[in-house]
Design a protein around this ligand. Structure first.
Ligand SMILES: Nc1ncnc2c1ncn2[C@@H]1O[C@H](COP(=O)(O)OP(=O)(O)OP(=O)(O)O)[C@@H](O)[C@H]1O
Ligand SMILES: [Mg+2]
Length: 321
């Protein structure tokens, strides 16, 4: 499989600035040495608790925010080294779909103008045919083009936002919780639309979600983040049937299932520790039921257990689990 992205040692440390004097009094360690590959034409699901760094990762990969350090290699080139004017081609090829379709569409613009905007930004003439085609592709009618965003429901707005993201034929999409603001009954339609578009347009996608059932439905591979680190990454089947990290187990246990089975389950207790003052050693050790002395002191590496399965946990070294 060809790598579309190779992310190497990516760090994002947001400075915490003292309001009065403007002094930096600390950092939020939102991403820490993230190494990640994204393969062409896959949907990589990204899960983790609120504040674990998922959106920060998506935004850094698109260079919408400037990471503290690291490399984001897209089609063989490090986009973090590129100047603004050299990024135009990348901006066309890599797009973001936001969580909130109520905020992402300009209320004063007609749908036609919203869809025309990317053509203006990239100085491309003759957009009318493409706009008509894309409206059809997202399952809407041409008459919507003369209407305003407030005339549409959340699901329809998200369709329009998706149309805008794909109208210049991108190769890569970051979908950051694209359905979590929508009614549950609408979510499946939008998820199925994304899958159809992915097939139709040969897209590669980083799909961020809290919802493990959606992740299971849509992803080819799944990565788990905890306090700015990837702690497990595996193919979907391996992830759901043979996960190894205690945090992954806890996340999966948090999903209610109707079952008679009475097995010992890890339940996640306490809050996520502060990313501005993360624990020493393994960052999960403060909440891990299997914690060992070593975990409090040493920091585990993300190690390959099997092809397409990496885990950051000392238990895996010992094969205790
Ligand atoms: N602009 C910013 N300045 C300072 N800290 C930030 C900024 N953006 C995010 N953070 C912090 O970085 C950490 C990671 O945030 P991020 O939004 O990436 O998490 P997330 O996994 O997307 O969470 P959620 O599931 O709630 O969307 C959090 O502690 C957050 O408060
Ligand atoms: Mg987020």
């Amino acid at each position: 499989m060809k790598k579309l992205f190779e992310i190497k040692k990516l760090n994002m440390h947001y400075p915490i600035v003292d309001g009065l004097l403007g002094n930096v009094k600390g950092y939020v360690y939102a991403l820490n040495n993230v190494d990640l590959e994204i393969f062409e034409n896959e949907i990589l699901g990204l899960v983790g608790e609120s504040g674990s760094g998922k959106s920060t990762l998506g935004n850094c990969v698109l260079k919408l925010i400037e990471p503290t350090s690291g490399e984001v290699i897209f089609n063989g080139e490090n986009i973090l080294n590129k100047k603004k004017k050299d990024l135009k081609e990348f901006r066309k090829k890599a797009q973001l779909i936001f969580q909130n379709p109520y905020m992402s569409l300009n209320p004063r613009m007609k749908i036609y103008d919203i869809l025309k905007e990317p053509f203006i930004v990239h100085k491309i003439k003759d957009c009318d045919d493409a706009i008509k085609k894309i409206i059809k592709l997202i399952g809407m009618d041409e008459e919507v083009l003369s209407r305003y965003p407030h005339e549409f429901s959340g699901g329809q707005r998200q369709r329009i936002a998706i149309a805008r993201a794909i109208i210049l034929n991108p190769e890569f999409i970051v979908a950051d919780e694209p359905v979590s603001a929508l009614d549950v009954s609408i979510q499946a339609q939008i998820i199925n639309l994304l899958i159809e578009l992915k097939e139709h347009l040969n897209l590669t996608m980083l799909f961020i979600s809290h919802d493990l059932s959606i992740i299971k439905y849509i992803s080819d591979r799944v990565a788990v983040m905890y306090l700015g680190e990837i702690v497990e990454i595996a193919s979907k089947d391996e992830f759901f049937c043979n996960h190894k990290h205690p945090y992954t187990e806890a996340l999966l246990n948090a999903v209610p299932v109707i079952s008679e089975e009475k097995t010992k389950k890890i339940i996640l207790e306490g809050d996520l520790p502060s990313p501005s003052n993360p624990p020493s050693g393994c960052k999960f050790h403060t909440r891990c039921p299997y914690v060992m002395d070593k975990c409090r002191i040493e920091h585990p590496e993300l190690k390959e257990l099997a092809p397409n399965h990496k885990v950051r946990c000392f238990l895996c070294d010992k094969n205790l689990k």
